[in-house]
Design a protein. Structure first.
Length: 405
């Protein structure tokens, strides 16, 4: 028997051959050209790399041909843009796992909102848009500000807040990728809840709060996140709200989820979106340090029919609190990047700055120059340490208009 893997992550992040070696099954991996060399030489029957992996339809064609000729029994997909591919293949080949209906509900934000709204869950006013007429009609009815974003995006890519007519014209004058949706802007703080569904039940979940929001990069601010203490007044209600969301959708019997929720000044929860995958940023690393749970590995095991209850649901309280910060580059030239030691409460740091490089404004929250994970004894201590580690990093870098001759 064989396992087909659709993957856009590095091998450091997803060493499938190590995670699944005890199964003694053939592993066939389709990946990006960028990461192809990292997997070649591992315990894979075959590794194929693709240019333009995300939008290359040859990935689907090759996957179908390989599945038909290699007795594939399971399909692994952990990346946001591979979930629909994998679901379609499972349906066509009668392979168990997340099907098309379920994957679409978690990927298409308009389908997601329709389903959760029917279940009585509050969502922003929204419409699927096909042209400028749809946008104009929505704004006439709901006013500014509005949010326009892809219905199946990730990492806040191509997401824009439109505050006025000038913002609207600037967006409309550029090529707009469809399909898109428009929704009302929700005032309030944003939280995320990450968890595990086993046998159709939420067996583990934990809430965290974002700092600056997922569009922070558009204002050249960092995106931060920190875990909530169980004594936080929103702790239990956040978990209860997200559990309702999970049950309102055609959720797989076994999956990981990442939900984002607004908390308004009127003390209401409003669903932003939910994904049937591991959250981005350093959420995976946060859980590994705080709970000893490798969410990415768990997701891969679930898709292969491995359901280790002890590894995923025995430790409900963190060993300590964690938080992370994603720092975007300035749209300037990086002229200095010191290699100073970070504070001792830093668990991980990943710095990718290149001295002398002229950076552009980034279009996604994931395009950071530095990502840093910290620990603390309480949510307040973690919050303070995130602020301090940002100050530490800013002292390590210098940005100039141009490179000195």
């Amino acid at each position: 028997m064989s396992i087909l893997i659709l993957n856009s992550a590095s091998r450091d992040r997803c060493p499938y051959d190590e995670w699944l070696q005890h199964l003694n099954e053939d592993l066939i991996l389709l990946t990006t050209r960028k990461h192809y060399g990292e997997f070649v030489g591992g315990s894979y029957k075959r590794v194929i790399g693709f240019d333009n992996y995300r939008d290359n339809w040859c990935v689907e064609l090759t996957a179908m041909e390989l599945a038909e000729t290699n007795d594939v029994r399971a399909i692994i997909a952990s990346g946001e843009f591979d979930l629909l591919r994998a679901a379609k293949l499972r349906d066509m080949l009668n392979i168990s796992g997340q099907n098309w209906e379920s994957a679409l509900a978690f990927r298409d934000k308009t389908v997601m909102k329709h389903l959760t709204m029917k279940a009585g869950i509050k969502v922003p006013q929204f419409e699927r848009i096909n042209d400028a007429f749809d946008i104009s009609s929505f704004i006439s009815e709901n006013g500014y500000p509005v949010v326009i974003k892809p219905i199946s995006g990730a990492g806040s890519l191509d997401t824009k807040i439109i505050n006025n007519r000038i913002d609207l014209e600037n967006m409309l004058s550029s090529a707009i990728k469809t399909p898109m949706e428009i929704e009302e802007f929700i005032e309030g703080d944003m939280y995320h809840v990450d968890g595990i569904v086993m046998d159709g039940r939420v067996t583990f979940a934990y809430p965290s709060k974002y700092i600056n929001g997922c569009l922070a990069h558009q204002k050249n601010l960092y995106l931060g996140s920190y875990m909530l203490d169980a004594t936080n007044p929103l702790f239990e209600s956040l978990l209860g709200f997200v559990e309702q969301v999970v049950f309102a959708l055609p959720t797989p019997q076994y999956t990981i989820f990442h939900a984002e929720v607004f908390h308004t000044p009127n003390n209401e929860f409003v669903l932003c979106e939910i994904a049937s995958r591991v959250g981005g940023g350093l959420i995976e690393e946060s859980f590994l340090h705080a709970f000893g749970i490798n969410l990415q590995k768990t997701m891969a095991e679930f898709q292969c029919g491995i359901y280790d209850v002890l590894a995923t649901s025995s430790n409900k309280s963190p060993k300590f609190f964690t938080g992370f910060i994603l720092i975007p580059p300035h749209p300037l030239v990086l002229s200095k990047l010191a290699n100073d030691d970070p504070p001792d409460y830093v668990l991980e740091k990943h710095i990718s700055g290149e001295i002398g490089r002229a950076y552009r404004a980034v279009d996604s929250v994931t395009n950071s120059i530095a990502s840093i994970l910290v620990r603390g004894d309480s949510e307040n201590q973690v919050l303070r340490r995130i602020e301090k580690v940002n100050d530490w990093f800013q002292k390590c870098v210098q940005w100039d208009e141009s490179v000195d001759e």
